[in-house]
Design a protein around this ligand. Structure first.
Ligand SMILES: Cc1cc2nc3c(=O)[nH]c(=O)nc-3n(C[C@H](O)[C@H](O)[C@H](O)COP(=O)(O)OP(=O)(O)OC[C@H]3O[C@@H](n4cnc5c(N)ncnc54)[C@H](O)[C@@H]3O)c2cc1C
Length: 290
């Protein structure tokens, strides 16, 4: 199917883009990589009257660590996250996530920010960035506001963004000493959305006890989920096998998958358990080897 008719604007600055969104209200939609919006328009699930293309606005593709925070600009593509030496060296959780989003064609065009605003519960970035304790910056006519990602992700395909706001930055706390992360995904075939996936970020003290744990779950709930009980359980513990097993059980209990062509409810829940155990073990290995 071809999309319904729409007007197209390519503003040259952020204030211009925000003004277009303000003027057109619910009628307008930002377009970045188009990898979710264009398919939705082709199926007529989305019918924006005006597309505000932010891709020609200079300076929105920054990716840098500054003063203890990784700053990801709204035009950073999945492929840039995958290839960046900074991300590969310092943020294995994010590098692994980028490498399993869709296929190379989608990764070359789609953005991390677009993925968060799209808020597909099967989107990989939501789970990974929840584990990493990310925050998002939204810019609108009244200026900027900053939200924790878990407050931003409200429901399936629903976020806290207003129609006149643009997600202008994702902020990830820089890794503490002795910390590590991992992202593990089960998919039916390469390039598919997750059957289930788990992202974790952990840190340890000098005695090998866990000082912080983030566990994010993908494709097993109405939105990306945080496995809070598993996170709390891990605090202060060494990662002995029985500790990891229990954390896996708690993460599985936090999930609420639905049966579909990718698997039954029970299968997905069990995949969460297993992926959590393995991701925690891999993240701990990285943290304690560092
Ligand atoms: C074949 C295929 C396979 C895929 N497989 C996966 C997968 O395995 N894992 C996965 O996570 N994703 C997958 N995706 C989805 C895709 O990776 C992301 O959802 C997509 O990249 C979103 O980013 P975008 O820049 O393309 O956003 P767009 O499609 O341009 O926009 C998506 C939504 O976000 C809004 N938006 C975009 N940027 C901003 C911004 N800065 N501020 C405010 N609103 C904004 C748009 O208005 C729209 O509502 C797949 C997509 C395809 C086509």
């Amino acid at each position: 199917m071809i999309p319904a008719a729409f007007d197209y604007a390519a503003p040259g600055s952020l204030p211009e883009a925000v003004e277009l969104l303000r003027r057109h209200g619910e009628e307008a939609k930002v377009i970045a990589g188009g990898q979710s919006l264009i398919p939705a328009m082709r199926f007529r699930l989305a019918r924006p009257g005006v597309l505000v293309d932010i891709q020609r606005i200079p300076g929105l593709d920054f990716l840098a660590e500054e003063e203890g925070v990784l700053r990801i600009g709204p035009l950073v593509r999945h492929a840039e996250m995958e290839a960046s030496p900074l991300i590969r060296d310092r943020y294995p959780l994010l590098a692994e996530t980028a490498s399993v989003v869709a296929d190379p064609l989608v990764r070359n065009l789609g953005t991390v920010a677009g993925s968060l605003v799209h808020a597909d519960p099967a989107g990989d970035w939501g789970a990974a960035l929840l584990a990493a304790r990310a925050r998002v910056v939204l810019t609108g006519p009244g200026g900027e506001r900053e939200l924790a990602l878990e407050d931003f992700l409200v429901d399936t395909f629903t976020t806290a963004i207003s129609p006149d706001e643009i997600l202008t930055e994702i902020r990830v706390p820089a890794p503490a000493p002795r910390s590590g992360g991992a992202y593990l995904k089960i998919e039916r075939k390469v390039g598919d959305f997750a059957t289930a996936a788990v992202g974790v970020q952990v840190a340890f003290d000098a005695d090998g006890r866990c000082t912080a744990a983030g566990v994010g779950l993908c494709a097993v709930g109405p939105t990306s989920l945080r496995a809070r009980e598993a996170e709390a359980f891990l605090a202060g513990k060494r990662f002995e096998p029985e500790v990891l097993e229990r954390a896996g059980e708690l993460a599985a209990a936090a999930s609420s998958p639905v049966a579909d062509t990718r698997g039954s409810e029970a299968y997905k829940r069990d995949m969460v358990r297993i992926l959590t155990v393995r991701a925690l073990a891999r993240a701990a290995e990285r943290a304690l080897a560092a």
